[in-house]
Design a protein around this ligand. Structure first.
Ligand code: UD1
Ligand code: MG
Length: 463
């Protein structure tokens, strides 16, 4: 039986007070709408139809997924009107699942439960019991009995004082037999408190036709909460991060504080990984066995091998090229690894050292205040404080090649392209513009002159 999914995402989101369309605001690094698309990716839907309106072009460009179609709703005359726009795209038979683009944390299992309950025959509504259901459509059951048949949904603004006491709210998500849905939405009217076409009015139509209506309780509040304001967005972000932190801890990761852990992507960890407070992981990050991450690190698109230690306040950003840190390497505090940084085993990168598009072989060290860009650094090299590769001539980038066991003194400038042979030594303060052969000492700086009997100037006395 064909499954179609309709995701309503045309609304403006006035309370966000933002120029961006509401459904493109990010939760854990992904837009609200992308969350819904990702959670429904495994449901084998024939079509997934996203109803766009406000910022339609921007929304359509920003999201991706299989079997995706966009239908524009201009102007937006209510949720019933939104579904009317999708009607021509829906397969005649089977089930249509209706979700909201601003309810990001709905799980695939819950969506599937709705679809299974519908079976292409029944109207299945996802409901939630709330301490404060203000703003929600209320589920009206026969005689008000908790298990009574569902007779309709009444919108908050249209509800009688008695109906406002109902605690069971409609989450905005349902699964309906497609053929009947098409018939029902064609009959909607906007004679109500908001002058809108309410999708929720189809419930009473189903009831009148004798189509069974099922209220299915959502497993928890988090899955069905919508985002309407920055405060609600932040609240959902915290709930989601808490869930992710929990999952990491269940897998054995030791988080110093699950409330101060942020994952905006995927984090795979080996055994005995420890993560201190306030770390942010983005994109794809892998941490090998025994890796320890100090407090306040931001790590994006990186692979960190077993036993490596990332000290406090380190920033690692692999962007597209990635960053790799070898086994037992020590990085930071205050280090910066940029795209294409490849650190071998036991490499040490210390404070205020920046590495970009460079490889450092086993045991190489750059411990203080240095820059390595577009460089290949051999084993056991010691790269002194304040030394840099001048990799950019104003137009092009060039490489610096440093052999094994080279010692680069402090405050050197290696002007690329240049290569330093194995075992060479570069005297501190040198600006190296020509390659240095293996084993040589290169010094390129003004010779020291010492004047004996030098008198310092003395302050003139005021007379
Ligand atoms: C809707 C339900 C209400 C439910 C609540 C749960 C209706 C009439 N009411 O109310 O019973 O308790 O959700 O949050 O359905 N949208 C469009 N086009 C439109 C209007 C809305 O695409 O013309 C989209 C919005 O972007 C949003 C979703 O539909 O993603 C829900 O719309 P919203 O205005 O938030 O509906 P509520 O008034 O909250
Ligand atoms: Mg709403």
């Amino acid at each position: 039986m064909a499954l179609n999914i309709v995701i309503m995402a045309a609304g403006k989101g006035t309370r966000m007070k933002s120029a961006a369309p509401k459904v493109l605001h990010k939760l854990a690094g992904r837009s609200l709408l992308q969350h819904v698309l990702d959670s429904t990716a495994g449901l084998a839907a024939r079509h997934r139809i996203v109803i766009t309106g406000h910022g339609a072009e921007q929304v359509e460009k920003a999201v991706h997924g299989e079997a995706l179609r966009f239908v524009r709703q201009v102007p937006q005359l209510g949720t019933g009107h939104a579904v009317q726009q999708a009607v021509p795209e829906l397969d005649e038979n089977g089930t249509t699942l209706i979700l909201n683009g601003d309810v990001p944390l709905i799980k695939a299992d819950t969506a599937k439960r709705l679809v299974d309950a519908c079976k292409g025959e029944t109207l299945a509504l996802l409901t939630i019991h709330l301490a404060d259901p203000a703003g929600y459509g209320r589920i009206v059951r026969r005689n008000g009995a908790p298990n009574g048949e569902v007779q309709g949904i009444v919108e908050h603004k249209d509800a009688t004082p008695e109906q406002l006491l109902i605690r069971e709210g409609y989450t905005g998500m349902m699964a309906a037999p497609t053929a009947a849905l098409k018939r029902w939405v064609a009959q909607l009217s906007n004679q109500n408190a908001q002058g809108e076409y309410y999708l929720t009015d189809i419930v009473a139509m189903a009831e009148a036709e004798g189509v069974p209506v099922l209220g299915i309780a959502a497993p928890n509040e988090t899955e069905v909460l919508g985002v309407n304001s920055p405060a609600q967005l932040a609240d959902l972000e915290r709930r989601y991060q808490r869930e992710q932190a929990q999952a990491q801890m269940e897998a054995g990761v030791r988080l110093a504080d699950p409330a101060r852990f942020d994952l905006r992507g995927e984090l795979r960890c080996g055994q005995d990984v420890e993560i201190d407070v306030n770390c942010v992981f983005e994109g794809q990050v892998t941490l090998g066995d025994g890796v320890r991450i100090g407090a306040h690190c931001v790590i994006r698109n990186a692979e960190i091998a077993a036993g490596a230690r990332i000290h406090e306040f380190t920033h690692i950003d692999g962007e597209a090229a990635g960053v790799r840190v070898g086994e037992g390497a020590l990085v930071g505090p205050f280090a910066r690894l940029r795209p294409g940084a490849e650190l071998g085993a036991e490499v040490h990168i210390g404070n205020f050292v920046e590495v970009k598009n460079s490889s450092l072989a086993k045991g190489a060290k750059a411990n203080h205040l240095a820059y390595l860009g577009d460089a290949d650094v051999g084993e056991r090299v010691n790269y002194g404080a304040g030394s840099i590769t001048a990799n950019y001539d104003g137009a092009n980038k060039h490489r610096t090649v440093i052999g094994n066991d080279v010692h680069v003194g402090s405050n050197c400038v290696l002007v690329a392209p240049v290569s330093i042979g194995d075992g060479a030594t570069i005297g501190g303060g040198s600006t190296i513009t020509k390659s240095v052969a293996a084993g040589e000492l290169a010094v390129a700086r003004g010779r020291q002159t010492s004047l004996s009997g030098w008198q310092r100037p003395v302050k003139k006395s005021k007379t």
